[in-house]
Design a protein around this ligand. Structure first.
Ligand SMILES: Cc1cc2nc3c(=O)[nH]c(=O)nc-3n(C[C@H](O)[C@H](O)[C@H](O)COP(=O)(O)OP(=O)(O)OC[C@H]3O[C@@H](n4cnc5c(N)ncnc54)[C@H](O)[C@@H]3O)c2cc1C
Length: 438
């Protein structure tokens, strides 16, 4: 019997093959369409468990899809598309139960009437699943930490096809591993987060021309290091993309406070002569989230990401060096510290808690470029990356054991492998950042 017919027998009504809209939706991720044998769209945790048991019996690969913004297209096996598990329910004041296939827009929209939010990423269409098991560097990261720092419990389907609840008391090792170890430990069907108050938010952006980028970097650094946890910011420095999109730094900012307080905190930046536009106003948390681009941009990106332990002058000089590279280069710095830094480095698998910022730097090349040009550019844009302590899995699209060693310090990786050996000894779950059992 084929994979499709076996699954259809096990899960009639929830299994879809080629030439159905459900198959097309489930096989398509941000990076493009895959070619799995079947897409299963379970309606409950029990159906997820049945899909896992059936896939294990058939010996086929399992690809888990939540928002579809973090995975490679599935070349084979089955996709378990969690999009039907998208409910968001607030209970007991501030606990919010979120289905493993919800989008962050679902969470923001459901919590908005209560003036609550769960810090996520910066994008509406990204899935709760990938961030809930990966990290979540979002708009409230200095105030409340990562999305995983607000997790209090998960309901998860194990490799054995059992539905378990993991929290600090029940399956604590599994609960630790799931908060940053990615999809290696099971399929989360329900995340329970502690929502946080977001009334009285003010934010927006400040744009600058390209005349004095070093001054912008230094002023942003000084503000970031001196500011209260309530100030969150991202500094994005873009190359020019044609006359309608001039390059230059732009600061995105959010504060729980008043506009006067925000302007006071940002004063050294607002006084710079290179400021071209200031737009700051009261807003809702949901206003901070943007729509994702329609798909993978048609470029070859060279560079990477990393946690920045020290925003010292040498690091800022390296950023300026990268921005002067031979190809158009974009650089993003997100302010960390605050609540992110008060989580103990061994409390979750995301260990680089002393970081003052998170960096993404990318040189932009045509897809057909030769490898010598790629290598030269990597040297130039890599200058600030040399001053980072480790990488964030969810922004890292290179894979393998060498890459894993830059994402997790040795003790963390050893603990993850040991937990994997207990909960998934047969190595059923093999996401892109695959952690093999010890
Ligand atoms: C446009 C864009 C903007 C982004 N912005 C941010 C940002 O601001 N901050 C940030 O931190 N990250 C950001 N990211 C990165 C993002 O965190 C990852 O891409 C993340 O994996 C996306 O989650 P997803 O559910 O959409 O992806 P999916 O492709 O659905 O899932 C990715 C992987 O996560 C695992 N997974 C998903 N759901 C579950 C589940 N329920 N249980 C177990 N495992 C699961 C699976 O292994 C899956 O392969 C951004 C990505 C994009 C494309």
């Amino acid at each position: 019997m084929s994979i499709l017919s076996t699954l259809s027998d096990a899960l009639p009504g929830s299994t879809f093959g080629p030439d159905t809209p459900e198959y097309d939706a489930g096989r398509t991720v941000f990076l493009g369409p895959g070619t799995p044998a079947a897409v299963v769209r379970p309606a409950s945790a029990d159906e997820v468990a049945e899909a896992v048991r059936t896939a294990v019996r058939l010996g086929v690969a399992i690809h888990v899809r939540s928002g579809g913004h973090g995975s490679e297209p599935a070349a084979d096996g089955i996709v378990i598309d969690l999009s039907a598990l998208c409910s968001v329910g607030l209970r007991d004041g501030d606990l919010v139960d979120v289905g493993g296939g919800a989008h962050w827009s679902d969470v923001a929209d459901a919590l908005a009437p209560h003036a609550l939010a769960v810090t996520s990423g910066d994008t509406r269409d990204v899935g709760v699943g990938g961030i809930g098991v990966g990290g979540g560097i979002g708009w409230l990261v200095r105030t409340h930490g990562l999305a995983i720092d607000l997790l209090t419990e998960v309901e998860l389907v194990t490799a054995a096809g059992a539905v378990v609840t993991a929290n600090e008391r029940s399956h604590p090792d599994l609960f630790w591993a799931v908060r940053g170890g990615g999809g290696n430990f099971g399929i989360v069907t329900r995340f329970t987060f502690r929502a946080v108050p977001v009334d009285g938010l003010v934010g927006g952006h400040v744009r600058f021309d390209e005349s004095d980028v070093p001054a912008v970097l230094r002023a942003w650094r000084d503000i970031t290091l001196a500011s209260p946890d309530e100030l969150n910011s991202t500094l994005l420095i873009m190359p020019p993309f044609g006359p309608d999109m001039p390059g230059g730094p732009q600061l995105g900012v959010a504060l729980r406070g008043t506009e006067a307080e925000l302007r006071g905190l940002l004063a050294p930046l607002l006084e710079l002569p290179s400021v071209t536009d200031v737009s700051l106003a009261p807003l809702d948390y949901g206003d901070l989230l943007e729509a994702a681009p329609p798909g993978k941009p048609p470029f070859r990106f060279v560079g990477g990401n990393g946690f920045v332990p020290e925003l010292d002058d040498a690091f800022l000089d390296a950023c300026v060096h990268a921005l002067g590279a031979a190809a158009p280069t974009m650089l993003m710095l997100r302010a960390l510290g605050g609540a992110f830094g008060r989580v103990a480095p061994d409390a979750t698998p995301i260990a680089f808690r002393d970081a003052e910022a998170f960096l993404v730097v990318n040189g932009v090349l045509d897809p057909g470029v030769d490898e010598a040009t790629v290598a030269d550019l990597q040297l130039e844009v890599g200058a600030p990356l040399d001053r980072t302590s480790g990488r964030y899995a969810n922004f890292t699209q290179e894979y393998g054991d060498g890459v894993l060693a830059t994402i997790y310090p040795p003790a963390v990786l050893a603990r993850l492998r040991s937990i994997k050996a207990q909960v998934d000894p047969g190595d059923v779950f093999r996401p892109a950042h695959h952690i093999a059992p010890a």
